[in-house]
Ligand binder design. Structure first.
Ligand code: NAD
Length: 336
């Protein structure tokens, strides 16, 4: 056997669902750059962008499949020879104008398809859950074994947390009943220059764009609500560790950054770093006007001790550095 064929055979084959999305495309970059993996990437391009993976399209270790996680036959076929599935495909947070059914159906049935397909091969499934499942829990910092406090079903914003929570239970159901190796990662807000400028991409890209274009920054409420935001490189590193670490199997693990910064302070920080020479213009909108009855989560901060113990994980990119990288990239893009 040629040296090249032997090397190809030794590489681990991975399936990433949602590969054209923010986290998926950075994970793809990281795995291909390590040269230890061959990656199949699935995405229906509903939210992700081909642009995010264009540079990798000709890499012999990568195959992109445009398709849907709701297509169980396709998911089964793609899982056939893989050792690990990183299941990121999802419909994320929804704004008031959107419907809840895509969130509920893609996030639950899509996950069931992945788990069912992995069951027949024994592949490890890394499931992307979210800090949203902690909801309005007052027990800060959020711990993986803590109680969760979600709002009423009449408020559709909760559909995202509910869908992810159900999918977590499903993953543990497959683990307990069929011995399927699953790892549940609860990502806390991540961002990068590839974050969507829509609602689902979170406040940072929207603030960056507004400040660079000298437009008003819209803040919901008084801006005192806090978030702990991580740069995508930290989330990706934690995900790769979870793919490899035997002790991670059967666990829920928070991944993110512990720096807690209010939304208002974030706008000020972006303005300071961007140094546009223009004044910061902020407009506050009452929560009720944006969310109706939905109560925004006032504080979010992860306890990362489990990630540290099991994976040796610690965030490396400071919030300020992450903002700097994102602002620079947005500036470059504006120049094009
Ligand atoms: N980014 C964050 O801050 C964050 C925080 C918590 C959890 N998560 C979770 O991490 C995962 C990745 O998040 P992201 O920020 O990269 O999101 P993203 O929206 O950028 O990526 C999700 C990808 O899934 C694809 N997709 C959606 N429905 C699909 C379907 N039916 N079939 C195939 N592909 C489909 C989209 O086109 C998109 O490329 C998601 O499961 C999300 O819920 C992300």
């Amino acid at each position: 056997m040629s040296h090249y064929l032997k090397m190809m055979e030794e590489k681990k084959q991975i399936l990433i669902t949602g590969v054209a999305g923010m986290i998926g495309s950075h994970l793809l970059d990281s795995l291909l750059e390590s040269r230890n993996y061959r990656v199949i990437g699935l995405d229906n391009l509903s939210f992700g962008k081909l642009k995010n993976i264009t540079l990798r399209r000709n890499d012999p270790d990568f195959r992109f499949v445009e398709g849907d996680v709701l297509d169980s036959g396709l998911v089964r076929e793609l899982c056939r020879d893989v050792k690990t599935v990183v299941h990121l495909a999802a419909v994320k947070k929804i704004g008031e104008s959107e419907f809840r059914l895509p969130t509920l159906l893609v996030n639950t049935r899509g996950t069931e398809n992945v788990l069912e397909a992995a069951r027949s091969t024994g592949a490890r499934v890394i499931f992307a859950s979210t800090s949203d499942v902690y909801g309005m829990s007052p027990d800060l910092p959020f711990r993986e074994n803590g109680d969760l406090l979600l709002g009423p079903s009449m408020i559709k914003r909760w559909s995202y947390a509910v869908s992810k929570l159900y999918a977590e239970q499903l993953a543990f159901g497959y683990h307990q009943q069929y011995g399927l190796p699953v790892v549940v990662l609860r990502y806390f807000g991540g961002f990068s220059p590839r974050s969507s400028f829509q609602w689902s991409g979170g406040h940072i890209p929207i603030f960056v764009r507004a400040i660079l274009r000298d437009r008003e920054v819209i803040i919901h409420g008084d801006g005192s609500q806090t978030r702990s935001m991580a740069y995508v490189d930290d989330l990706v590193r934690g995900t790769v560790l979870a793919m490899e670490e035997p002790e991670a199997v059967g666990q829920i693990i928070n991944l993110g950054n512990t720096e807690e910064v209010s939304v208002l302070e974030t706008a000020r920080l972006i303005h300071r770093i961007a140094a546009t020479g223009k004044e910061l213009k902020i407009r506050f909108i009452p929560f009720s006007e944006v969310f109706g009855q939905y109560k925004d989560i006032s504080r979010r901060r992860p306890d990362l001790s489990r990630a540290q113990e099991l994976l040796g994980y610690q965030p490396r990119v400071s919030f300020e550095d992450a903002l700097r990288l994102t602002i620079e990239a947005a500036r470059e893009e504006n120049r094009d």
